[in-house]
Design a protein around this ligand. Sequence first.
Ligand code: ATP
Ligand code: MG
Length: 547
Amino acid sequence: MVKLVDTTDLKSVDPNPVVPVQVRPSAPTADTGDLMTSLQNPTHNQFQLLHSISSILTSTLNLKDTLSNIFSLLEDHIELKKGVLILRDSYTDEYYIEIGYGLTEKDRRKSIFKLLEILTTQVLDSNQVAIIDELKSGIYDVPFDDDEEMPGHSLTCLPIILGDEKIGTLSVVIPRTVDEIQDRLNLLSTVCLLIAQEIKLKKLLEMEKEALRRENVLLRDELKEKYNIHNMIGNSNAMHQVYESIIQVANSNATVLIRGESGTGKELVAHAIHYNSPRASKPFIKINCGAIPETLIESELFGYEKGAFTDAQESKMGKFEAANGGTIFLDEIGELTPQVQVKLLRVLQEKEVERVGGLKPIKINVRVVTATHRDLETELEAKRFREDLYYRLNVFPIFLPPLKERKTDTLLLAEHFLDKFSKENSKTITRISSLAIDLLTSYQWPGNVRELENCMERAVLVCRTDTIQATDLPATLQRSDTSSTVSGDLSYDELISNFERELIIDALKKTKGNKSRAADLLKTTQRIIGYKIQNLNIDYGKYKGRV
Ligand SMILES: Nc1ncnc2c1ncn2[C@@H]1O[C@H](COP(=O)(O)OP(=O)(O)OP(=O)(O)O)[C@@H](O)[C@H]1O
Ligand SMILES: [Mg+2]
């Protein structure tokens, strides 16, 4: 890192330099107008040079290689002997040497850099070009190579400025005297402009990359938190068994087979296994084997080499490679074709994949988690699923019971989704009426947790009070054969009475047993409420003082 010397120190270094230093307006300054001027009247040579530099800049070399190639072009075209690019570190505001070209050991030892520091400050502060004529040893006490006095050569230090931003300086030693250098200034300033834009672009890309990297870390942390087992809802014995299984298996590399009806939470469990495992900071790649056309599944899973088939213009890595170090989640594993089943078996055995059209296998380190809602044993019997693959996958099975078999969880889940969707929709719905609870807990939930989730989302949207009423629930629940409330056992009048009772109890709960305020809430009279309380046999005293 170059230590900057204040410009006033320039005088103290050498008030009467042996060699005259001329500072003149930088011509042209770095804006596109000047670029156009220099491109409109270039000599053929200059035009060619700028064209070559542009080509280098558009190639994907790193900055140091790019600059080194540019210096080399300047050497060919304008006999550049030495070149130094100094850049400003935007974090520390200090200048540092990005690259030196054609410098000898002595140059480095004798510190040409000290001179360049001084010039850098000077030219950037003044936005002028500094030219030192007739390089001889002794200049500022910081000569180039002692043995290599360079009469007829001059050092030119040009500012690299883009808009308001001082990016750095470009210094070149070329065989020209101060008077002759003018014809090179336009060209060199244009080169500075091109370099400035390149550096700006690279910096922006780097900043973007860094921002993405940080975002990625944050998202991963969020996912880790989201898929923490403690955030899974359910207090039933069956769910406790599931949590225990996740904890047991997460730390290992064992292959897991998650089974359960549609919507029971299989994907959630797969995520929980990954984000609670040592692979949490590596990728979690999901692939739905049932959703990808048969013809594509193989190349999706294992990738392909360029030219493997007509559309394979480029090589592409498959999901297994993409998941390297992490977990691959093969959802709907029961849908795999026999051909892919064989390949998958090989991957699990060999721990390597072969791209379609590829010649050599690629080693992978991937944890495999699979899921299915199918009865795999029936698939085995029907010879639609390979037995050997079944045993490979079924190392550690986890069963998710249907929601109808864990009624105690239904209410917990309903409340969880109520809270989630109320927040999402900026509503303050805090309760579920007793009648609605009856409907929720007596319904069969063929779509399991996903259906309950959708049902609660809809209920939150249609609900106009702070309580989910039975009427906010979908008609399927109200018609449910198994609903004890609307089961056919009760008459129409009894159902209405139940509903009325529900409304009044909710109002009494909210008003802590205050009949008059409950009547206001229900937009009726205290007399009617009193009458109903008596008729419906509601013990309103029970709600006094209770929230
Ligand atoms: N125990 C749970 N706690 C909280 N949310 C849950 C729970 N189980 C499932 N869910 C939610 O229910 C929805 C369905 O779960 P998931 O997608 O994991 O089910 P699935 O078994 O993979 O379904 P499918 O077989 O249809 O793919 C998801 O939004 C999930 O977050
Ligand atoms: Mg799923």
